[in-house]
Ligand binder design. Structure first.
Ligand code: BES
Ligand code: ZN
Length: 379
């Protein structure tokens, strides 16, 4: 999002704390603005800069990966790639159709009302830690409702990070090829352009978070027992430069985990006034075969058509998996141009306009269910 630096400076100047020379953080945050980070700006060699300079870069619409803890991620690319042929057509149509019929906007609406009510889900904030714990408890609740035989296959864990808010990993162990993994993901953190300000993050990415949670709920209710291992990931610190997903991808690559496919859901709720309702399929920084397969899933299972679109940069967590050598994809609410322009502001709310649509979001829960069943298998 474009945001003039002058506006950022105005915000900073308006904050009395900012004028103190010793200013480097605020209560409720463990963000040291003077801390040094290794940052890789688009197509350039990595450079060391302060957290404050990183924030300024983001405000100037400069795109980057923060690689302080994951400098060697690319070195795994040669060995981690899994040779996998995506099916020519969807094959589990009866099963997918029966599960997507049970999807509802009820859970997503209630969950998103709560999730976007935390002042911010910034990954270095106390409320960001609270929102993560709340999300974890919702995933636990769903897991408790599983049949006892399904429960035995499920493993829920926190992937710890140094900054406070942890990533969450939910795994349903595969019955026949458990070493092959299919990942459905979203990022749980939010941010304002100036990170100390409120960031409800309803669309970015509260929407993706509850979209995949609803998919998980429906799969559990249907007693889904996949052949491959199917996982749901809710990443921390996407907004800080894809930090959480790079840490998780690095750990998987280092363990030579065979991830056959990863698909990111980041922003799923917005239908711009006067536009046709569509499912955006991102075509840059993604795996081509996986992307072609996603188009078939949209054609087969969604009530809206897809539109191909580009971010133009490594815009979300799928890029971390791509960097590690895995096949990853990204599906989004619309074309890049028609996406929600309130993101990274206090106006990224569910009640800002009727353009925020829970039925649109539900189309993406269908896609997540289809992705999990078609690629995970279900004997
Ligand atoms: N959800 C956005 C990416 C996005 C924005 C996709 C608009 C499509 C339309 C994501 O959370 C984000 O803000 N990404 C950062 C880049 C990241 C590497 C820090 C961005 O776009 O500035
Ligand atoms: Zn996002």
């Amino acid at each position: 999002m474009k945001f003039a630096l002058t506006a950022l400076a105005a915000v900073a100047a308006a904050s009395p704390i900012f004028e103190q020379e010793t200013f480097n953080s605020e209560p409720g945050f463990s963000l040291d603005l003077n801390a040094q980070r290794l940052v890789q700006l688009e197509g350039q060699p990595p450079v060391w800069m302060t957290e404050l300079d990183k924030i300024k870069a983001k405000a100037q619409n400069i795109k980057f990966f923060d690689i302080t803890d994951t400098q060697d991620l690319e070195s795994f690319a040669a060995t981690s790639h899994v040779k996998f042929e995506f099916p020519a057509t969807p094959t589990a149509t009866d099963k997918v159709t029966s599960v997507i019929k049970t999807l509802s906007t009820k859970g997503p609406r209630a969950n998103l009302e709560k999730f976007s009510s935390f002042r911010t889900r910034y990954y270095r904030s106390d409320t960001g830690k609270d929102s993560q714990q709340w999300l974890l408890s919702k995933i636990q609740d769903i897991t408790k409702s599983a049949s006892s035989s399904l429960k035995e296959l499920v493993n829920l864990s926190e992937f710890s990070h140094s900054w406070g808010q942890n990533s969450i990993i939910l795994s349903i162990n595969g019955s026949t090829t458990p070493d092959e993994v299919v990942i459905v993901s979203a990022h749980q953190d939010s941010t304002n352009m100036w990170p100390f300000l409120p960031a409800p993050g309803a669309d970015d990415d509260g929407s993706g978070t509850v979209t995949i949670l609803e998919a998980y709920r429906a799969l559990v209710a249907a007693d889904f027992k996949p052949e491959r291992t199917v996982q749901f990931h809710w990443y921390s610190a996407e907004e800080g430069g894809l930090l959480g997903s790079q840490a998780v991808a690095k750990e998987y690559a280092a363990r030579s985990v065979k991830v056959v496919a990863m698909n990111q859901f980041d922003m799923t709720a917005w239908v711009k006034k006067g536009t046709r309702e569509e499912a955006g399929i991102i075509t840059d920084f993604v795996n081509e075969d996986l992307t072609a397969f996603n188009k078939k899933l949209v054609d087969t299972y969604l009530d809206i058509p897809y539109v191909e679109t580009k971010c133009g940069y490594a815009c979300s967590d799928h890029a971390s998996w791509g960097k590690a050598g895995y096949a990853s994809g990204f599906t989004i609410e619309s074309s890049f141009e028609n996406s929600n322009h309130y993101i990274h502001s206090a106006n990224d709310r569910i009640d800002i306009s009727e353009e925020f649509s829970f039925t649109h979001m539900l189309e993406f829960s269908k896609l997540a269910v289809a992705f999990a069943i078609e690629l995970g298998g279900w004997a």
